[in-house]
Write a protein that binds this ligand. Sequence first.
Ligand SMILES: [Zn+2]
Length: 692
Amino acid sequence: MSENTESHPAPTARLLTLVSCLLICSAASAQDQPSKNLPYSPSLNLASMDKSADPCEDLYQYACGGWIENNPIPADQSRTSTYGKLYIDNQRYLWGVLEEVSQDQPGRNATQKLIGDYFAACMKVDAIDEAGVIPLNKSLEAIDSMADSSDLGMTIGGLIAQTDSSSFFFAVGSQQDAKQSETVIGAVYAAGLGLPDRDYYLADDAKKQENREKYIEHVAAMFRLLGESESASKVSAATVMRIETALAGASLTRVERRDPHKVYHRNSLAALNTMVPAMNWADVFRATGLNPQPWLNIVQPAFMQEMQAVIERESLDNLKSYLKWGLVNSRAQLLSQPFRDQDFAFFSAYLEGIDEQKPRWRTCVSMVDRQLGEALGQEFVERNFPPEVRDQARRLSLQIQQVMAERIDQIAWMSPETRAQAHEKLKKMRDKIGYPDTWRDYSPIKIDRDDFYGNVTLATRFDLHRQLAKIGKPVDLDEWFMSPATVNAYYNASMNDINFPAGVLMPPLYDPKMDAAPNYGNTGGTIGHELVHGFDDQGRQYDGDGNLRDWWTTEDASAFEQRAQCIRDQYATYHVIDDIFINSELTSGEDIADLGGLVLAWQAWKKETKAMDLTTMDELTPDQRFFVGFAQWACAAERPESLRLHAATDPHSPPKYRINGVVVNMPEFREAFDCGANAALIKTDEEICRIW
Ligand SMILES: [Zn+2]
């Protein structure tokens, strides 16, 4: 439902096309002290409400008005939210853990030594600042020493092996074959853009034009930091912009990329060689360790053809400029202060409206989590995730799955044939709760307490090798794609599983101290959300074994689409900022999951409490507590710049609409608050959108 990943040049940018998450947020700090305990806040908080608002007009304001007033956006964040605050609390707690295990003293176990030494090196800012651009020198020399374009494959392969970034034309990885999910194959992805989306290069509205001008200035400033003169840096920046614009023009849109068929082009190495003869692919794969046999997914063939044209058209010097930019852009946050400052000025301050850089400890905690997440996660889980919470969450998940089986039988628009297939898919769906049963072994990574950049590179290589080593081997169904401390959840279509890290199963989200109503509204809704991703407009195209296979009759598929369109039409009317409305073609899967998830949670809650005598508490009836508990997961505030950015890039609708847009389709909500027929959040029965 949400995503706490912090954006922009992540050192390891994995491209998980088949994973649907819950949300996106970033986060920050008030009192700068590591904490020994996670603070408690209840999953239904009266102080977060605005009782002066009418829930039938705006449930989000009613449930979250107080929260928004009490939680100004911190200076180092672009937005803040219930999820984001929990993420910061977790980070602050992990900071305390890392402080403790980063002391170079006997008694640390191997895991503590690994994460402790990594953290210690990351916190040595003086050494990092002193090193300046030195960590990049070898890679810069490799770029400079290219004699002609036949060296491109080896050079780019080397850059990818070192950075695993998506900054150099394309990215490499492994994935389950979409149509043969028991097989893992190599993949070559379209990449190579510095701006957040292809539309930033192509749209001609005034804002995007301004974005481009600022971007060119930023790229030039980075080239100056690499030592280029004022005039040379302008030429380099113009070159980068020209190359990236050409690549953007050949890239699929985010909406197109939601179509699994558009990103599935299983082909041979020979076909790739024919498509892009200018690239020595054997060198690329030798340098990265990718095995292209017997098949590769060439994710975006049209992009590859444009890449060929760019390489033919541009001089070797121009290509060198493009690669240097990719290198410095992907590594800027790991370098000395002038690089970090310049990177912040464009990506964070200008594009997201953030006032201040986040404190160093937050950078380092999130780096440990990103690169060594399952090692850090062991410490987190041991200290914060009791087995009984894991059991409770599993029980809730099974209830939601059971209710989905009932829904499949109840819905009138589906034929018996498709119904049987849907049951089959549901039966095969697995859930993973809290953390992996087997922890990842990071022992090949040798951490040096005095070499931050070197540590990042080693961990990056380790992960790239881990990813690529999957090719040709049986799928590890127990693998997780999020670390245990992550405040987020996801559905993976190829594995057909729903995944809930420990971080998303704690107060104020899942709250064992609270009555059932808000927990079902909140965590029940989240579990339902992930489950329904298996049956949203994208997920429904995969079967129970995780294969892209059409198991729908034509009539049922069109009945589904009609209902999905009802939801898209509804969300397309929602205003975000300026002249921007929700792009509901992009948010469709998430909007479907939000609605379906809460419907499942409601039914599960009703079943669970059928025999119980529930009473009104805090002037809220049990039904009202369900909806307020639901709404409070999404309390949030966001800067205008960030709203604009996320409207273009985030498949999730803004929080307000993830609440109001759901309940408007639930007669149960109308009854819970006794809303009049003319209230803003009330539709007639005929107008209601409902799939599951
Ligand atoms: Zn989602």
